[in-house]
Design a protein around this ligand. Structure first.
Ligand SMILES: [Zn+2]
Length: 279
């Protein structure tokens, strides 16, 4: 039994093959949380969790949806209004009361989307990302739901914002790809690290992440696919699926010199604890 702590079967790219995927997931006993990226995908994650016993959902606004995003068209979440900026408003808060909503996210900061904007524009859009992140941190505080944090290369800034708001809850830095120093700062504050398929690649970043994994207590590790993105080896470059989460576990087992069964069991229980899921 594996738990994919961060999937996006709520994106339109999976619509056609969803029935096949669902039955295979049942067969392989894979459980998962679909993370919201905007209002529509948050709603869809909830819908899927209502139908599928092994699915849970997170409600959130991804930093890429906080501005008129014309660059990442190929990452289209499904709907035509993808490029319209959204705000984490009452509409989102209203979704939180649904059963099987187990987290707020994904939310955070990602300035890599803003490369093509002027400096002045960039500053405004960064500020908007910060505002939306803060709203979701507050929603996490108020609801008691953990945070799924998306941060690209700005871990320190994310931590500072959490600190400024005296965040007392729990959270995971999903798709962790930072340095060992950043990992230590995150762990010191009690947060979890989410590891994805990128740890299986043959590159410098994966080598650094190997060191991070060695230093991360097993109880603080969540595994994820972030499907459809970033498929692990040997599927790299292809569409990613929750079944491939096993490859992430296999790599962690190898790095930590533990059995695959041990990693499978521990990461499964970590996810249940983190999302407060009772089975
Ligand atoms: Zn994601």
């Amino acid at each position: 039994m594996y738990f994919d702590s961060h999937a996006h079967l709520n994106l339109a790219i999976f619509d056609k093959e969803l029935p096949t995927i669902v039955s295979k997931l049942k067969e392989e006993k894979i459980y998962l949380v679909n993370a919201g990226t905007c209002y529509l995908t948050s709603e869809k994650a909830i819908e899927l969790a209502k139908i599928e016993e092994n699915f849970w959902s997170a409600v959130g606004l991804h930093p890429a949806h906080t501005f008129k995003n014309l660059v990442d068209k190929e990452e289209i979440d499904s709907q035509d209004n993808f490029s319209l900026p959204e705000s984490f408003d009452d509409k989102f808060i209203g979704l939180l009361k649904n059963d099987k909503v187990v987290a707020i996210g994904e939310t955070g900061l990602d300035y890599s989307y803003l490369k093509n904007f002027s400096d002045e524009e960039k500053e405004k859009l960064q500020e908007k990302q910060r505002e939306e992140f803060q709203k979701q941190i507050k929603a996490s505080q108020e609801s008691g739901l953990p945070l799924i944090i998306h941060s690209r290369e700005v871990y320190t800034e994310c931590l500072l914002i959490l600190e400024k708001l005296s965040f007392k809850g729990t959270g995971v830095f999903h798709f962790f790809s930072g340095t060992i120093k950043e990992a230590k700062e995150i762990l010191k504050r009690g947060f979890y690290l989410g590891f994805s398929g990128i740890i299986t690649y043959d590159n410098e970043r994966a080598k650094n992440l190997e060191e991070v994994i060695k230093e991360t207590p097993l109880e603080k590790i969540l595994i994820e696919t972030d499907c459809p993105y970033a498929a692990p080896k040997p599927y790299r470059g292809q569409k990613n699926y929750p079944f491939y989460v096993q490859e992430v576990a296999r790599k962690i087992a190898q790095i930590k010199n533990q059995s695959l069964e041990k990693i499978e069991y521990q990461t499964f229980n970590n996810a249940l604890n983190f999302f407060k899921i009772k089975m």
